[in-house]
Design a protein. Structure first.
Length: 360
């Protein structure tokens, strides 16, 4: 599986570049399966026999178990060590992740390779591959989403959303339930936002108690095998007021339009426009404060960006979120979010908890 990813990466190397020095740990995990906290990877243009993975002595046993198919170098200064091997491995032009390397790190690499190999900027190559998920990645995402669904269902069934509980208590309860269902942890710090806080897109849970009549917005996900799920549901504690029903119906319509626009070949900005247009036509465009969605995988936010400033087109196998929101400052807000997979037909919805307005 990871060998095939490295082979696909070689096909993306710029003309004249003999290999790529990968220093981003997420990209290294994607290309090798290694999960340690210190590593660098040299992907040689001629194949895996000439490629090298470097980590330090703390991970000697771990790297042997996780990456049995690559020759490993044990050193602390991984990127410099592999850069220093470039000439010995027949590399005269070494690509590097210029979108990940700091100015100081680049200076050190340049000094290490002076007179032996030219450094060539090669940003975003692995991220380009990561946008389209393979079968193993999709399986992990499906499991992560199913765990989040089960935990949220259980939270509600056991009275976890009730007046008097605090936002922080609900967040902790939800995260515990995701772990109990098999998650390694939450995908990110869970958002639980009650009442006026629901109008803050990324509100952090506080000691504020939930109250009858509140919108409660919950944005959360489960982490499984390094892959993140992402879901938002907004509920009402008690009977919904007319304004809450109207706002919820508007966001639900925008979310449906965004989901319907997901198809291979569609420009990512057009997906955003499909959902945003519903909100704009209702006169609330200024209260839709963020892009429609984003890719999700080994990182909770990764390419592609579904927004007006996003670039590129969708392809089958991309895992993305669709999460319109409308936020009435000081009053309350609604966001509805699913994680979906683009397919040649209708998108596959991975977060299956119902999206009808729930009055608890």
């Amino acid at each position: 599986m990871t060998a095939a990813r490295r082979a696909a990466l070689r096909a993306l190397l710029p003309t004249g570049v003999d290999g790529l020095l990968v220093t981003d740990l997420v990209n290294i995990r994607y290309l090798t399966g290694f999960t340690g906290s210190n590593a660098a990877l040299l992907v040689h243009g001629d194949g895996d026999a000439q490629s090298r993975l470097c980590t330090d002595g703390r991970y000697r046993a771990q790297v042997a178990a996780e990456v049995p198919d690559l020759e490993t170098v044990i050193e602390r200064a991984c990127a410099l060590t592999l850069a220093g091997l470039a000439a010995e491995l027949g590399i005269s032009a070494l690509g590097f992740e210029s979108d990940q390397v700091t100015v100081d790190a680049h200076a050190a690499l340049a000094e290490e390779t002076a007179g032996t190999a030219a450094l060539v900027r090669a940003p975003g190559l692995v991220q380009q591959l990561r946008m389209v998920k393979d079968d193993a990645e999709l399986a992990a995402l499906r499991t992560a989403c199913a765990i989040a669904d089960a935990a949220f269902t259980e939270l509600i069934e056991h009275g976890g959303l009730a007046p008097g509980r605090t936002e922080a208590e609900v967040a902790l309860d939800l995260e515990y339930r995701m772990r109990a269902h098999g998650a390694a942890g939450p995908s990110f710090a869970s958002i639980v936002a009650a009442g006026p806080h629901s109008a803050v897109p990324h509100h952090g849970p506080t000691a504020t108690p939930l109250r009858a009549g509140d919108f409660v917005k919950l944005d959360f996900g489960a982490l499984v095998d390094g892959y993140h799920s992402d879901m938002t549901r907004t509920v009402v504690l008690g009977a919904a007021a007319d304004w809450q029903r109207e706002l919820y119906a508007l966001v639900a319509a925008a979310q449906a339009a965004g989901r319907a626009a997901l198809s291979p070949g569609v420009d990512v900005a057009d997906v955003d426009a499909a959902a945003r247009g519903v909100v704009v036509d209702a006169g609330r465009g200024e209260e839709f404060l963020h892009p429609l969605g984003h890719g999700v995988g080994l990182q909770i936010h990764e390419a592609p960006l579904l927004g007006a400033t996003g670039s590129g087109r969708l392809a089958a196998g991309m895992a993305v979120t669709v999460e319109p929101g409308v936020y009435l400052e000081g009053r309350g807000g609604v966001r509805i979010e699913d994680t979906l997979v683009v397919t040649d037909g209708a998108p596959e919805v991975l977060t299956r908890f119902p999206k009808d307005l729930l009055e608890i």
